[in-house]
Design a protein around this ligand. Structure first.
Ligand SMILES: CSC[C@H]1O[C@H](OP(=O)(O)O)[C@H](O)[C@@H]1O
Ligand code: HPA
Length: 251
């Protein structure tokens, strides 16, 4: 375990395979009982704070959402002393306020994924353990992110329900209408089981979702990767400014 306290970990997704401006201290290989994480853990400094970074899809973005070893990633972060996890994810916007380039701090999740290794309580002495998941995201860490937004003058949407779909394909327009009827505001493919695994290990976990596109059927025409990447470039720069002032000291 590292000597200096880690203020928080960032799990980066699409559009965030590295944090520009992060002063890298070292990279650490961590093995876990659940297999290998998505890559090495990068230790560094941002805004005068010690943080770690892990690229969820790998540093070359070669692991699709349904094949990510979520258990290894969360276990690895926990094992090196991480207590606060900021999960960054690209999402499609479903409800009208969720326009491309917007940053959202979601407060709820609905899980539509299947076939993923989704729990640490699978076998052994504590196999029958049922964690409370009424608040999937840590309210204190969410508030810290919202405070950072105020401090850095970055508009953030406070709250929203994230639909976690299986992918890797995007959704049909009818699927998005169904998610909307279910009460979802955003759609992405990685919040589950990541959020639940973090909670099983007692980590504070919150997310900053960066809206990359209008979800399927919300505009005419197809969703293109070039549109997604263009919007993520803008959104991720705002995210970087947010991370610089994020204060997790009082959590
Ligand atoms: C069309 S991009 C879809 C891809 O991007 C998101 O990844 P992440 O959540 O890791 O930023 C989404 O969940 C999909 O995996
Ligand atoms: O429209 C989307 N659907 C699912 N995941 C996504 N990640 C970015 N955009 C989307």
């Amino acid at each position: 375990m590292s000597e200096t306290k880690i203020a928080f970990a960032v799990i980066g997704g699409t559009g965030l395979t590295a944090i520009e401006g992060l002063e890298v201290i070292h990279r650490e290989v961590v093995h876990t009982p659940y297999g290998e994480p998505s890559g090495q853990i990068t230790h560094g400094m941002i805004g005068g704070q010690r943080i770690v970074f892990l690229a969820r899809h790998g540093y070359t973005h070669n692991i699709p959402p349904h094949r990510i070893n979520y258990r290894a990633n969360i276990w690895a972060l926990h094992s090196i002393g991480v207590r606060n996890v900021v999960a960054v994810g690209a999402v499609g916007g479903i409800t009208p306020q969720m326009a491309p380039q917007t940053l959202v701090i979601p407060n709820q999740i609905i899980d539509y994924t299947y076939g993923r290794s989704h729990t640490f309580f699978d076998e052994g002495l504590r196999s029958v353990t049922h964690i409370d998941f009424s608040q999937p995201y840590c309210p204190k860490l969410r508030q810290a992110l919202l405070n950072a937004g105020k401090q850095a003058a970055i508009d953030l949407i406070d709250g929203g329900t994230y639909a976690a779909t299986q992918g890797p394909r995007l959704e049909s327009a009818a699927e998005i209408l169904r998610l909307e009827r279910d009460g979802c505001d955003l759609v992405g493919m990685t919040a589950m089981p990541e959020a639940a695994l973090a909670k099983e290990l007692g980590l504070s976990y919150a997310s900053c979702s960066v809206v990359a596109n209008w979800a399927a059927g919300k505009t005419s025409g197809e969703i293109t990767m070039s549109e997604i990447h263009r919007n993520l470039v803008v959104g991720m720069e705002r995210l970087r400014q947010l991370l610089k002032v994020l204060n997790c000291c009082d959590l």
